[in-house]
Ligand binder design. Sequence first.
Ligand code: GCO
Length: 428
Amino acid sequence: MAFPKGFFIGAATAAHQVEGNNVNSDYWLQEHLPHTSFAEPSGDACDHYHRYEEDIKLLANAGLNAYRFSIEWARIEPEEGRYDMAEVEHYRKVIACCRENGVEPIVTLHHFTSPAWLIRKGGWEAESTVEDFARYARFITEQLGSELQYVCTINEANMGLQLAAISERFKLMAQQAAEKAKSAEGTVQVGMNFEKMMENMKFAAMENAQVFGTPQPQIFVSPRTSEGDRLVMRAHQAAKAAVKAVNPTIKVGITLSLHDCQALPGGEAFAAREWDEEFRHYLPYIEGDDFLGVQNYTRSQYGPAGMLPCPEGAELTQMDYEFYPEALEHVIRRVREDFKGDLIVTENGIAVSDDTRRVEFIRRALQGVEACVKDGIPVRGYCYWSLMDNFEWQKGFGMTFGLIAVDRATQTRTPKPSLDFLGCRAAK
Ligand code: GCO
C-alpha cells in the first residue's frame, strides 16, 4: 500500500544544528565556555543558512514533499524587543524556496535554543517566558503566517522532565562506577555528553554565572522542575493562541519525544509511569491542538527493578539506542488511545555510518506507519531526522543521522541512497 495523496514524506532539521553562527543563542555561549560540556562548538555547522536552496532542491529532487525546519528566535529577536527584519526576510526566502520546489514547509518556532537574553531573565523556569514566547509567535505569524500551514510551537516540550529523571539516574550511576555512566546517554533522545559534563560541572557553574548571571542557567534542555514543565506547556498554549489570533487557518501543534515503553513481567508499573511522564500528563495541555508531532527513535524496556539496559547483543546505533524501528508504530498506536487529533511523525531516524541500515530502518518504520494509516489512524506525514548529518548538540558532529552526508571542510553535500529510498515513498 502506498501512502495517500497529500501524505507528507519529508525530512527535518533544526536551525542551530545546521545553519551556523547562531551567535545570540544560549547554546552558542555555552559551547564557548572554557569548561563546556560540548564535544565541539557548532561553528559554521552545515552552513545551511547560506546553502538552504541547494539543500531544499536535493530534498525535492529526491521526491520528498515536506521540509520541517526551525526559525531561530535568537536571530529574529537578538535583544529583547528588537526584531531583526533581515532575519525575517531570510526565513521568508527559505519558506518561498520550499514552495517553489513543491515542498510543504513545517516550521518549528522553538527547537531547543533560546536567545541569551531570555535565559538571563530566568529562561524556562521564569513566568515572563510564557508571554515573551507568545509575543515572538505572534510576531512571526504577523510576518510569515500567510505563507505557512503547519507550525510546531515547541520541539520536544517533555525533554526537560526526561533530563531531570536521567540526571538523577546518572548521578546514581556515576557514584557507582564511572564506566557505567556512559550507558545513561542512550536513554534520552538528544545528544548528551554526561561523562564530560560531570567532570566540568564545578567550573561550568562559575563560567555560566559570568555569562548568564546565574550558575544554573535554565536553558530549555536542562533538568526541568514540575513547575517549569507546566510553564513550558503554558508557553505552548499562549503561543498557539497567538498564532491562531493572527491566522486561524494555520494548523498548530507541539512535538514530544516519545519512547515505545515496554513492560517485561514485573515492569508494568514502571512502564506505565514512564508513559504517563513522557506523554499522558501533557494531554490537558494539547487537547484540541490541530496535530501532535510524534518523535520516536527506539524503545525502552522495564523490568521489576525499573528501566533495563538494551537487550544483550542488540544492534546499537551511534547514540547507544537499540536499532528498533517497530517502536514508531507502537508509539503511534499508544498515542492514538488518548489523543484523537491528527498526528505527524516530526522526527524518526537513526545515527549510523552504514546507510544500508538506515534504509532498512526507514523501510520498517514506514511499514508500521502504513499499517496505522490503513487502520484509520490520522497520521498526516513522516519527517525523517535528519535531512543532513549535523551538530548533535553536546556530542558535536560525530553522529551521522543524515540522508545527506556533509563534508564540513568544503560544505560539499553527498546524498546517501537512503534519500532516494525515502523520496520514492511519497505518493506521486
Ligand atoms: C531531539 C532533537 C534533535 C536531535 C535528534 C537526534 O529530538 O532531540 O529534535 O535535535 O538531534 O532527536 O538526537
